[in-house]
Design a protein around this ligand. Sequence first.
Ligand code: GLC
Length: 696
Amino acid sequence: MKDKEYVRKARLLMRKMTLEEKIGQLNQVGASIYGTTNESGYEEMAKNGKVGSFLSLHDPERCNKLQRIAVEQSRLGIPLIFAEDVIHGLKTVFPVPLAESCSFEPELASRTAEVAADEASACGVKWVFAPMTDIARDARWGRIAEGSGEDPYIGSLFAAARVKGFQGGGNDGNIDEKHVAACVKHFACYGAAESGKDYNTVQLSDNNLYNAYLPPYKAAVDAGVLTVMTAFNDLNGTPCTVNAPLIEGILRKSWGFEGVVVSDWAAVAEAEYHGYCADRKDCAAEAIKAGVTVDMMGHAYDTYLSDLAKKDGKIRRCIDELCEQVLVLKYRLGLFDRPYADLSRVKDLYSQEKLDLAAEAARKSIVLLKNDGILPLKRGAKVLVTGGLATDKRSMLGCWCFPETQESTVDTLSGIKEKFAADYAAVPVDISRYSAIICVVGETNRETGEAASHAFIGLKESDVALVKAAKKTGLPVIALVLSGRPLALTEINDDVNALVECWHLGSVGGRAIADVLCGDFSPEGRLTASFPRETGQCPIYYSHFNTGRPYIAGQGCRCKFRDCDEGPLYPFGFGLTYTEFEYSEPTIENAVIGKNDKIRLSVKLKNTGKVEGTETVQVYFRQISSKPIRPMKSLAAFKKVRLAAGESRTVKFTLDPDDLGIIRTAALKPERAKGKCEIFVGANSEDCKKIEFVTE
Ligand code: GLC
């Protein structure tokens, strides 16, 4: 069925609907993973057409019970949509999205999203509140865990990939039985919250808005995402959820998005607390005129729209337009034909194939930050594992996961015991029998995700003490960091022989960690968010501006801190393998790129080590002068290359100057980059070789 057919059916149905029933479709209620709300009234609401969708219900029988009431007992039998925060898996839990983005494999994210969609749809969920694509450059913000880090190029690739995975690759707009509607969030720029404090104000220049923060949302829209969620924050003084220039202007008019816009939890009503609307009635009026289709748990639409519509024809017309969007979505999802969860699908929900994918994603998400050669350990080696996180199954699952998935989780110690002769002790004791001590440090699941902003992102004192005690034993120390964000690891960095960022890796995270520690899998993850030396450096990111006084070692009056070495502890794009790679000087076909020319780049890569490994060759671009200014580097391309020991390969890239120029408008169409430019090719955003050229 094509869009027109959906619209025709929706309009036919709307001819029978009362104003109250149309408003009901714009109302979303439900529980929250933070605690259930009173569901007793939900059945009544479903029967009376007072609700169009529920969130945070994914028990197929509970969904079917409510659905049966809506379809069989309500006046028009309009089916409900059940929505859920399936951010990185439902029953099979994958690495948190920030970890998964370190695979530098968007295709992998498509596959994990598709499995998540299969499990969600089997449970009756046909709308997931993912992908989160907020660019985040301040690791004090706990929700950095949910996105793809600091860079718009990576963020855009992963946003599009996850949309395709959730919704299915078909571009006919139909969502089949095993796929779901995705929801790009949080529109917009939630990750730029001032001081990294969740829900805080966002003040952004147009330069940063267009060139750094908006592109991933548009990538999701261009990939066909069916819904968008508005952010809690204000953007330059107007709360996003009542921001007509942002929603009607940029999202709908400039980007051509015609789908459902859902507010974040109670965000419509919160426009009053922002000090933007006079009261909740005013919130309802502003939000509906701004183009917000669904009021999630704000109880502004269901309380005030009826009255507002009677007095304001514009609001009545908005209600018709937005109700049509909800009905079109329900037709796309096939809910009028298949309203119920197929309980037979729930039985074989778990599968080894899905767990194998979870293991693959986890292995590829791990980033080796430091290794003096202690890794890989010999399989079967006798190791002592310490640190409370080692046996913490719940934390391995990270933020946004559901209680029923915990018991089967492979925690760090369990995984290590599968490959090594491992003992566990809360603190290092009787160490003579061991070849190494493995300290598991970092964040629990309660310290990451929503409302988990931290003013200090160094390791806890107890973790530092644990590593120092381990070092005192004289044995090699391997630190495994489980976290949902970049932590400031300076305090232990020099004390450890190896440092491995293991994030929160999901259902089989411990097994993936052990695969890397014993060398069954050579680490290939690369950071998509910079790791600061100190909290005080936040926000910190590689694509910074040069300023008029760029840092020069040893010189005063420069853009730097006096009490902290310059730059991150570990930069964007960084990650070690168990081998070494050597780059030739990059070459470019023409030193002057003509109007119709492309930038044709090549570099010779050699595996100079003793084992095979996978390198992620990264290409960064810089336009020397631009109005307004451009960052020192912007990631423009990358390729993962697997080479056997001693193997060489010439890696080629073709870039178009038309894609690399500055973005000056919300249409996000780059201008052609003209004049002196530089390209950097290498292993990460700091370790790269420069080549200069001019574009006409
Ligand atoms: C939460 C989050 C949002 C989530 C929604 C529903 O507060 O901000 O990401 O999808 O509410 O749970």
